[in-house]
Write a protein that binds this ligand. Structure first.
Ligand SMILES: [Zn+2]
Ligand SMILES: [Zn+2]
Length: 366
């Protein structure tokens, strides 16, 4: 329908661009959305799941071995190793650049246009307020000790949680740190340390998420989701209000075959895309981001509510897996499924995360 026609509305607004094949913009936009989605899913999931990392790495190796020379393959693997298996600030910087770009576009274009359309200032300043709070929790997540186990605090941590003898057996030493492993702890290979109540290593904050910073990480995730969602709502409401005020949807245009057509949704999206390309790209980005972050936030809050870490949730489904030597069931033992023994009710579980007892003890000692 939009193959190459010159609708009156479009031609009036952009007389010098009337021959642009407009369907291409929509395809480009959906391709962009798909790439944003794919990129986030790959980074978020790939950075957490060793299985997926292995799968991606093996798949990439097969593809690369046919196309790319061996020296370049080794360079790519070195870069991947640096990005995901060593502590570095790449994703922290990428995070700040993306956030900076979104807020620059918001300040530069959307804020002024929304003011012209008489949006409430409280409404327009909300994303800035969320940004400040978010940056505070982001910094705290990055710099707070997640609960590093040392010779000095090893005994304290050993008393905090009960050993379930399935996922966390008693009297196990970390082969790298040579410290006794408290229940719910794990050695982070990226940071090279054992962390108490280990949740996961997050590349976006370049730190482990553990007993002492899960509260900051959850607050960071909550404010980041809220700021993306607020920006998505403000930008979408702006575009909708603009369409309603301009009466574009009441107009008609002439299609490729010379027929008079009523403006429909696809035409409107196309029209907005050509009039405000940066804003439409921003809306696409923040909407996808809001859904992804919202989904991950719900999952994290669910785990917090049932007092389970991401590490336990991941290992729980693999308990007694015969392929994993550390979990292999002794031949004589009865099959025993992992059972979460640390949940003591919603409020108690949340208090444990937001007011960790061991953090208070450490502070008193200092
Ligand atoms: Zn260790
Ligand atoms: Zn770590």
């Amino acid at each position: 329908m939009f193959g190459g026609g010159t609708p009156e509305l479009y031609a009036e607004s952009y007389p010098d661009k009337r021959n642009i094949p407009r369907m291409d913009f929509l395809v480009l936009f959906f391709l962009y959305l798909a790439l944003v989605l794919l990129g986030f899913v790959m980074i978020c999931v790939g950075s957490k799941t060793h299985y997926l990392q292995g799968l991606i790495s093996r798949g990439a190796q097969v593809i690369f071995s046919y196309i790319i020379p061996e020296c370049l393959q080794r360079a790519v693997l070195r870069v991947l190793h640096y990005l995901f298996h060593t502590r570095n600030y790449t994703f922290v910087i990428l995070h700040l650049i993306l956030q900076g770009m979104v807020y620059t576009e918001y300040t530069w274009e959307i804020f002024g246009l929304c003011q012209q359309l008489e949006f409430s200032l409280y409404y327009l300043f909300l994303p800035y307020l969320l940004l400040i709070v978010n940056l505070v929790f982001f910094t705290l997540s990055c710099v707070t000790d997640p609960g590093t186990i040392t010779k000095a605090n090893e005994l304290l941590f050993l008393q905090v949680y009960e050993f379930d003898e399935v996922m966390f057996p008693k009297n196990v030493r970390c082969p790298t740190c040579d410290l006794r492993k408290p229940a719910r702890s794990k050695h982070c290979s990226v940071c090279n340390r054992c962390v108490h109540r280990f949740d996961h290593h997050c590349v976006w904050v370049n730190n482990c998420v553990g007993a002492w910073n899960t509260r900051y990480f959850l607050s960071y995730l909550l404010t980041l989701t809220a700021s993306a969602a607020t920006m998505a709502v403000v930008s979408t409401v702006f575009l909708v209000r603009l369409v309603v005020m301009s009466d574009v949807y009441l107009q008609t245009y002439v299609d490729d075959l010379g027929h008079l057509q009523v403006v429909d949704t696809v035409f409107l999206v196309q029209y907005l895309f050509l009039t405000f390309p940066r804003i439409v790209f921003l809306v696409g980005f923040v909407v996808v981001l809001s859904f992804l972050l919202g989904g991950y936030l719900c999952f994290s809050l669910y785990l917090a509510a049932i007092n389970q870490t991401t590490n336990e949730w991941y290992k729980g489904s693999r308990a007694w897996c015969q392929h994993c030597p550390h979990m292999a069931r002794p031949p004589a033992a009865e099959p025993q499924a992992y059972r979460n023994i640390h949940s003591h009710g919603l409020w108690s579980n949340l208090r444990e995360i937001f007011l960790p007892a061991t953090a208070r003890y450490e502070r008193k000692k200092k």
